[in-house]
Design a protein around this ligand. Structure first.
Ligand SMILES: O=C(CO)COP(=O)(O)O
Length: 259
């Protein structure tokens, strides 16, 4: 059985001080992560070192970055390398978030290079895919997401597939308060799992975790997380408050217990 992964993408929020405060608040509420649920926080690069220290007190809550470069090192002003992320105990890295695709020139090709680099260097990529509102209205959402997945996974070997996480994030639901309905999320997650089965194997498809992202909040987390192919959440706004983030963790815990 796949374990829930409840992940916070903090985006460009929380410098080192706020990072310490937020993680201490989370620790005060949950202590460690519940047995049945995996957790992840992805602060901005400058706060990773601080987060790494704080997270020593919260068992089961892993650390991730929001981006990485595909080269080892060198003249790439403003970038960070996989080696640097490993040094501060990052386990995951978010790749291909729609905001990076939209504002920072990320393409299917650069995402693919980063996915391979991350896997080669022991980081688990959280690959973000998702369609725009126009694409959904034109009934192109399935094709768009399929293409993003195929492109992101070029060169990724079968044995690495289980280290991947995929996040389905419909762009129209990010930061808008509008959520995909549970049926819409399930339909897309099922299709993504089928795509992984076609590209790799049923085994890989059964193992891979597919997260939903886009205005997941405590009030809608249960109906989304109870869908059979929704294995967790990639949470933006609601991950910036200790109470809403831990509420969602507790919802996942209850669902895991009842399964
Ligand atoms: O983009 C997201 C997570 O990566 C979702 O953000 P919100 O939860 O703020 O909609």
């Amino acid at each position: 059985m796949r374990r829930f992964l409840i992940a916070g993408n903090w985006k460009m929020n929380c410098g080192p001080q706020e990072t310490s405060t937020l993680l201490q608040e989370i620790e005060n509420i949950i202590g460690n992560m519940p047995e049945a649920v995996d957790g992840l926080v992805c602060p901005p690069t400058i706060s990773l070192t601080t987060a790494s220290v704080e997270l020593q007190n919260i068992e089961g809550l892993a650390l991730g970055a929001q981006n990485v470069h595909s080269e080892d090192n060198g003249a790439f002003t403003g970038e960070v390398s996989t080696e640097m992320l490993n040094e501060v105990n990052c386990e995951y890295v978010i790749l291909g978030h729609s905001e990076r695709r939209q504002y920072f020139g990320e393409t299917d090709k650069t995402v693919n290079a980063k996915v391979n680099k991350a896997l080669n260097d022991g980081l688990k990529p959280v690959i973000c895919v998702g369609e725009s509102l126009e694409q959904r209205k034109a009934d192109e959402h399935k094709l768009r997401v399929k293409k993003q997945i195929q492109a992101a996974l070029i060169g990724v070997e079968d044995e690495d597939a289980s280290n991947l996480v995929i996040a389905y994030e419909p762009i129209w639901a990010i930061g808008t308060g509008e959520t995909a309905t549970p049926d819409q999320a399930q339909e897309m997650h099922k299709m993504i799992r089928k795509e992984i089965a076609d590209l790799y194997s049923d085994d890989a498809a059964n193992q891979i975790r597919i997260l939903y992202g886009g205005s997941m909040k405590p009030h809608n987390a249960e109906e989304l997380l109870e869908q059979p192919d929704v294995d967790g959440g990639l949470i933006g706004g609601a991950s910036l408050k200790a109470d809403s983030f831990t509420d969602i963790i507790h919802i996942a815990e209850e669902l895991a217990k009842s399964n």
